[in-house]
Design a protein around this ligand. Structure first.
Ligand code: CP
Length: 325
């Protein structure tokens, strides 16, 4: 699918990825190309790439997709993983993030962390001498965003000029990372949310500045129909993120008008796809008829976590020689 050219210096080698804005637009586009190349290639073809390398997975919160897709990605690339659940390490509680990062850097080749607050993750990554990948923090979910733009590109060829409507809590980590990745690749992002759950003006201004070189933009709408009208992609997430359960009742009441129903999907383009990072709550943020219907892309999207993260591991841990540029 892609011409294989001799690799120039790989600009992502040895780096960490904590949030999408750390990537240049060209680096993001390259990761998507790499993911499409690796997805199309026979699995056995790249088993030597990470032979002898170990990826640690430190997860303070539950996970199905992120954990399993990273574990399978490492198997496909010839490496191995080591999983530790929250109580066994508790970054910043049992020992400082800096100490934990320096110790782990002596044992493993890269570290995926799923945690609560973003700040200790930054401290951890700054002290680590191996790449650190954010497997979800309160601030960002960059691995999800990589899979999301891969899925959109597969369906539409490119993101430039598309309208991506995100409905629900427009301030959460998934919405933020998705919006960053989409505007960087030239898409219009419409956030449909009540005032209590819309991105701040500062966030919208930052998204518009980030998207400006590629023609991407971001706007918020209180009216869900205006947000969705003419959209190519409709995206939603659970109304209450992990760790925010105390706000569940309030969120349910305020976000109900933003539920993705067949009626709301009717305002989008006839070719529009529905996306959700999963896990989903059918009958809450999305109707069963939408998530289980013909326009749903959610399981392709979930599969793409594997391919996007394979690309990320190759980019961070190898010189990417022989890979598409
Ligand atoms: N979408 C996502 O991050 O799924 P998990 O929480 O199961 O990893």
């Amino acid at each position: 699918m892609y011409a294989v050219a001799p690799a120039p210096t790989n600009p992502l080698a040895g780096r960490s990825l904590l949030s999408v804005e750390e990537l240049a637009a060209g680096e993001l586009a390259w990761l998507v190309r790499l993911a499409r190349y690796l997805k199309a290639a026979p699995v056995h073809e790249h088993r030597a790439l990470l032979r002898g390398r170990t990826l640690a997975l430190l997860f303070e919160k539950p996970s199905l997709r992120t954990r399993v897709s990273f574990e399978v990605a490492m198997q496909h690339l010839g490496g191995q993983t080591l999983f530790a659940a929250g109580g066994e390490f508790l970054i910043g509680t049992r020992e400082s993030p800096e100490d934990a990062a320096q110790v782990l850097s002596r044992y493993v080749d890269a570290i995926v962390v799923r945690t609560h607050a973003h700040e200790p993750l930054i401290q951890f990554a700054n002290a680590a001498s191996v790449p650190v990948i954010n497997g979800l923090s309160a601030y960002a979910h960059p691995c999800q965003a990589l899979a999301d733009v891969l899925t959109i590109e597969e369906r539409f060829g490119a993101l430039g000029g598309l309208t991506i409507a995100y409905l629900g809590d427009g301030r959460n980590n998934v919405a933020y990372s998705l919006a960053q990745a989409c505007v960087m690749l030239g898409a219009r992002v419409h956030v449909g949310a009540p005032n209590s759950h819309r991105p701040s003006e500062a966030t919208l201004a930052a998204l518009n500045a980030l998207g400006e070189p590629a023609g991407g933009s971001a706007r918020a709408f209180a009216d869900p129909v205006r947000a969705v009208r003419g959209a190519d992609v409709i995206y939603t997430d659970v109304w209450t993120s992990m760790g925010e359960e105390r706000y569940r009742e309030r969120n349910d009441a305020m976000l109900r008008p933003y539920a993705v129903t067949p009626e709301l999907v009717g305002y989008a383009q006839p070719h529009a796809i529905f996306m959700h990072c999963l896990p989903a709550h059918r009958g809450e943020e999305v109707s069963p008829g939408v998530i289980d219907g013909a326009q749903s892309a959610v399981f392709d999207q979930a599969e793409n976590r594997l391919h996007a993260q394979k690309a990320l591991l190759v980019a961070l841990l190898t010189d990417a020689k022989g890979m598409p540029q």
